[in-house]
Design a protein around this ligand. Structure first.
Ligand code: M6R
Length: 364
């Protein structure tokens, strides 16, 4: 049941510290600060390319993982949505592997993509939440997210647990490829171990995010901006908002703004900027200034350092905990969920069962 919550979505958002912890426990040895994954049917060191395929929010988890695999494992990654990938007849390297991600394990396009990649000779890793699903059965290796049943159509805890599994996989790939040493693996593992506690802290901003959401709920269009791993989080924020509040929202790579979408910006369009204080912060900051110069109302998600630098330029700023930039996307997923949730509640939509949507898209 929903317990004390009005909606499954809020219950599932609140469960994230616990289910992230449960999932981590399977793949990370906390004493040794070392990743321990099941044996892979290929050698990461010899892999020429990883292809990632999924739909919707699962695709966006894969999009974050692409940055991780490239940055820390120096592994070339291609990513596509399953509905395109399955018909593209893309040639896959026979010494490649394909990673599919699906909460339900039953999404028709993702399953078709898996079968295509297999027919091209790739080994298949599946990240799924339902271990008895079709995708889990057909994969060579299954990495399960321990999110528990997700009832709300909007994916929340499935997304963050997918990110956690993918982070451990990226670290394992980095080790196998000699791209990180034991010390760095310990640091990254340590950062992951901290995530449940940090996500709990983010949940404490619920009231503040509700206040911001009341303003956002009045808008007709909303833009989300981010760079690096914050870019897929911006896309996820936009997907969440449109899916449950029916407000038109778009996510953009912050640096792409001046190639078109900046034309949309005026006082009417809230711009949500996802920008932890990392190596790319100054770049995103200058995009924020461009938005401000056009009268845009900025909602700024950052940490204490970022807010100290730029919080004054925003209509609203939310100060999130400071973490290793590697795990930041897991944390920053949460405020965009809460923003969408409260905007939808304010609009009076059917939060758990938004119109036209099914929890699991088992037909094309
Ligand atoms: O079950 P799957 O993870 O394969 O589902 C993929 C998408 O249908 C799903 O993530 C969808 O985008 C969500 N409703 C987003 O919140």
């Amino acid at each position: 049941g929903k317990g004390n919550y009005r909606h499954f979505m809020m219950k599932e958002i609140a469960e994230q510290p616990a289910v992230i912890g449960d999932t981590l426990q399977v793949f990370l040895n906390p004493l040794e600060r070392r990743i321990e994954l099941p044996a892979m049917p290929f050698d990461f060191a010899k892999l020429s390319r990883l292809t990632i395929v999924a739909c919707g929010t699962a695709y966006l988890a894969g999009f974050v993982a692409k940055y991780w695999f490239e940055q820390i494992a120096r592994l070339p990654v291609e990513i596509d949505v399953a509905s395109e990938f399955r018909y593209r007849t893309a040639p896959l390297p026979p010494d490649g592997a394909t990673l599919v991600i699906s909460q339900s394990g039953e999404t028709a396009d993702t399953l078709a993509a898996l079968r295509y990649a297999k027919s091209e000779g790739n080994k298949i890793i599946a990240v799924v939440n339902v271990p008895e699903s079709t995708i889990a059965r057909e994969a060579d290796v299954v990495l399960q997210t321990l999110a528990g049943p997700e009832i709300g159509v909007a994916s929340t805890k499935a997304f963050t647990t997918q990110l956690v599994v993918l982070a451990t996989l990226a670290i394992a790939a980095a080790r196998a490829r000699g791209a990180i040493d034991a010390k760095r693996e310990g640091e990254l593992s340590g950062a992951l171990i901290e995530v449940p506690a940090r996500v709990s802290e983010v949940l404490n901003h619920d009231q503040r995010l509700k206040e911001i959401a009341l303003k956002v709920a009045e808008a007709r269009d909303v833009l989300f901006l981010g760079r690096g791993t914050s870019y897929p989080i911006a896309l996820e924020g936009a997907l969440k908002l449109k899916e449950i509040s029916y407000i038109h929202a778009e996510g953009y790579a912050a640096g792409e703004m001046k190639h078109g979408p900046i034309a949309l910006i005026d006082e009417e369009v809230p711009v949500i900027v996802v920008a932890p204080y990392d190596d790319l912060f100054d770049k995103t900051a200058s995009n924020l200034q461009e938005v401000r110069a056009r009268g845009g109302r900025v909602v700024f998600f950052s940490d204490a350092e970022g807010v100290a630098k730029l919080g004054g330029d925003a209509m609203a700023a939310v100060t999130l905990p400071k973490v290793d930039p590697f795990v930041a996307p897991i944390l920053y997923a949460v405020p965009v969920q809460l923003l969408a949730y409260h905007a939808a509640v304010a609009k009076g939509t059917d939060v758990d069962q938004p119109r036209n949507l099914a929890k699991s898209v088992t037909v094309e």
